[in-house]
Design a protein around this ligand. Structure first.
Ligand code: G6P
Length: 370
């Protein structure tokens, strides 16, 4: 096992550090920047299904569901196809309306999650075209779907998903851009600049890992006795906030809630005092000014702000107690980069609390029973 961990203390840390490679592997052979092409056989062989789809329904659980929410933003923005995202466990029991004009995409790292599998079977029975985004090759979900794309993140051992999540976001980005280009909603110039941005993501993850690793450890030390955390983000980074909170809950056992930043005023603001740490994702592109006012409201109530901002940021940084800088990228890819320091933060808080990071209590890597 020590050899498999390649010198890292835990699989989770190893997997966090593998992300420059896993994201690159997920794009390899698919994203051909010089040719200006995205090659994805699973999509291309069934392009008529996607072209004629009334809507796309994404079904998943846990971290994969968070990736699905970002997929909704991506596909609606670039391909202009309506998207709904559902928890598989809800979808399967609520007699959903599904037709043969629907494309159902299941996202699952393991490809074995019982609820996701059951929801897919239901969608298939009702005539939908079913597509899989799985990490484990030849898994049950990969086998029953009509087509799909593997994430190629490599084996993920840590129960808390990290590199599979960023690989899922990478695949969803490729799908959204490919469909948008194909159906004419995404012009060539925008397409070319977006694929160049996507191609640069592995390097940006690498930069974030080296520039924030020590800093995040210092921040984590200050929060080992916290009992609650709030994570806020807007737009593409709202699901990234949900995922950041889930990571912390899963491995440190600290209660954490993710929220869309603007919803703060409808509830969570009542919880803010000097004991409440608030992680806020505030890249320059993406409702920055609105986030500035959220931070002002938090500071007026003495909340402790840990801000994830772009390098060189001043406004949010000046007001925040802790600042984590990440490189700038297109808004749609920013959750991939912003998630990395949040994974590290959850990891170090859990490690300093003495928790079993790779195998947290009560959780399983793959939930094959209901
Ligand atoms: C479990 C795992 C999570 C995962 C979820 C969905 O809860 O602990 O990390 O996100 O199942 O798993 P899947 O394999 O379908 O992505």
């Amino acid at each position: 096992e020590q050899i498999e961990k390649s010198g890292y203390e835990h699989f989770m840390l190893k997997e966090i550090f593998e992300q420059p490679k896993s994201v690159h592997d997920t794009m390899r052979g698919r994203l051909l920047v010089e040719e200006g092409v995205i090659k994805m056989a699973g999509i291309w062989d069934h392009i008529e299904k996607f072209k004629n789809a009334n809507r796309i329904i994404i079904i998943a659980c846990g971290t994969s569901w968070h990736a699905g929410l970002i997929g909704e933003y991506l596909i609606e923005e670039y391909a202009r196809i309506p998207v709904e995202v559902e928890y598989a466990s809800e979808f399967r029991y609520r007699n959903p309306i599904i037709t043969d004009k629907d494309v159902v995409i299941a996202i699952s790292q393991s490809g074995e999650t019982a609820d996701t599998m059951a929801a897919l079977k239901l969608a298939k029975e009702r005539g939908a075209f079913i597509y899989g985004i799985c990490n484990v090759v030849d898994s049950s979900i990969a086998r029953i779907t009509d087509a799909g794309s593997y994430t190629h993140a490599g084996p993920e051992i840590g129960v808390a998903s990290t590199k599979a999540f960023t690989a899922q976001l990478t695949i969803l980005s490729l799908i959204a851009l490919k469909l948008g280009k194909h159906n004419g909603n995404l012009g060539n110039a925008d397409f070319m600049s977006l694929i160049a941005e996507l191609d640069a993501i592995p390097k940006k993850i690498e930069d974030v890992l080296s520039s924030t690793h020590e800093l995040v450890q210092d921040i984590a030390k200050d929060f080992i006795n916290a009992t609650n955390f709030l994570y806020l983000g807007r737009g593409y980074n709202y699901p990234a906030a949900l995922e950041g909170a889930l990571k912390l809950k899963e491995i440190s056992y600290i209660h954490a809630e993710g929220y869309p930043a603007a919803e703060m005023k409808h509830g969570p603001i009542a919880l803010i005092d000097e004991n409440m740490p608030i992680v806020i994702i505030a890249p320059k592109k993406g409702h920055y000014d609105k986030i500035v006012s959220n931070v002002q409201e938090i500071k007026a109530r003495k909340g402790k702000v840990i801000a994830v901002v772009n390098s060189g940021d001043t406004q949010v940084s000046q007001m925040s107690d802790y600042v984590i800088e990440i490189p700038e990228t297109s808004e749609c890819f920013s959750p991939i980069v912003a998630s990395v320091p949040l994974q590290l933060l959850a990891y170090y808080i859990a490690v300093y609390r003495g928790a079993n990071v790779d195998q947290p209590r009560n959780l399983a890597k793959s939930v094959t029973v209901e």
